[in-house]
Design a protein around this ligand. Structure first.
Ligand SMILES: [Zn+2]
Ligand SMILES: [Zn+2]
Length: 321
């Protein structure tokens, strides 16, 4: 039995690889909350007037995020939004019941939205039609379910956050997710997306609610362990679409894990470096975003029709025949 390297009194239950310390449960929790608070303060993520809508997927990171927010801000100013993606075998009633109970126990109001009702197509509906289109016309670019799911989830969170009067949208992206996305955008040479990822990036349109990622400096191995000791009833099933996950992300993830094994802490250092570096680019960004001609939601610079409508139009055209 090891003694906690921090308090030197309680027994350690966790080896924090990136600091080389053994920690007890209390010190691990305190360390995680301090690091979240540090990010929140440093980037002014949450102010006293903010109401925060939290995307609660039922996965471990969303539970951790929700719980930590209750520790650092008034509970009455947190609203959970849970999205039923409509993925057979994955979006299960049990998961949403767990989310509902979890929110209730914390005293948080929680909104339940289905992708099909909100946007017309669940992930399964969309993918079924898209794959048919692709089979009929091989020139149509392959699309992973994660792409549609990501766009659709962001859209629903933004629309519902606006409806409930939230001023921020929080998501449970952890350090690993955040560094991977930074690297992917660097590899693609996508400076606009790279800058948009920065916690201080601007929304460029009043219809877009500012997104925040309070747990972005916490490693996935830490959120996993934390969720495990808190005995959260998190979603353990893997999404059936995982096989078709964007391959670049998988490669970047594996590469970073490999480096992290021999150089613990490297992802944290990378995040710190990229945050500081990209911060200089924020004011060189575009001043405002155009609105999509079809749905009226903000879209990327140079676009008439947003990516979401582009995908949906393709599906609708198919349904008309
Ligand atoms: Zn301790
Ligand atoms: Zn649109």
């Amino acid at each position: 039995m090891y003694i906690c390297d921090n308090c030197k009194t309680r027994s350690a239950i966790f080896f924090q690889r990136h600091t080389g310390r053994r920690l007890c449960r209390e010190c691990l929790e305190a360390d995680i909350i301090t690091r979240v608070r540090e990010q929140v303060t440093r980037y002014s993520m949450i102010n006293s007037s903010d109401t925060v809508a939290v995307g609660v997927s039922g996965g471990k990171d969303s539970y951790i995020l929700l719980y930590i927010l209750t520790q650092i801000m008034p509970i009455s100013k947190i609203i959970g939004i849970t999205i039923d993606e409509g993925i057979l075998g994955y979006s299960r009633r049990e998961v949403f019941e767990n989310v509902k109970n979890f929110c209730k126990n914390l005293g948080i109001e929680c909104v339940y939205v289905t992708m099909r009702e909100a946007l017309g197509y669940s992930v399964d509906d969309f993918m079924k039609l898209y794959l048919e289109i692709q089979r009929e016309n091989p020139t149509v670019t392959p699309l992973s379910a994660c792409t549609y799911c990501g766009i659709a989830r962001r859209r629903i969170l933004n629309i519902y956050a606006r409806q409930v009067g939230a001023t921020k949208v929080a998501t449970g992206h952890n350090l690993d997710d955040e560094v991977q996305t930074y690297i992917i955008n660097i590899l693609r040479g996508d400076i606009i997306r790279l800058v948009q990822l920065h916690p201080l990036s601007k929304t460029h349109n009043p219809k877009l609610i500012k997104r925040i990622k309070p747990i972005r400096s916490i490693y996935e191995y830490e959120t996993s362990f934390y969720a495990y000791i808190l005995k959260y009833p998190y979603q353990e099933y893997e999404c059936p679409y995982i096989e078709a996950r964007p391959t670049l992300r998988v490669k970047v993830r594996e590469l970073l894990y490999e480096i992290e094994k021999t150089h613990p802490g490297v992802q944290l250092k990378l995040l710190e470096f990229l945050d500081n570096w990209i911060q200089h680019l924020i004011n060189t960004q575009i001043a405002s975003l155009p609105l999509c001609k079809l749905c009226g939601e903000p879209t990327s610079p140079g676009r008439d029709i947003c990516k979401f409508c582009e995908l949906i139009e393709l599906i609708r055209r198919k349904q008309r025949f």
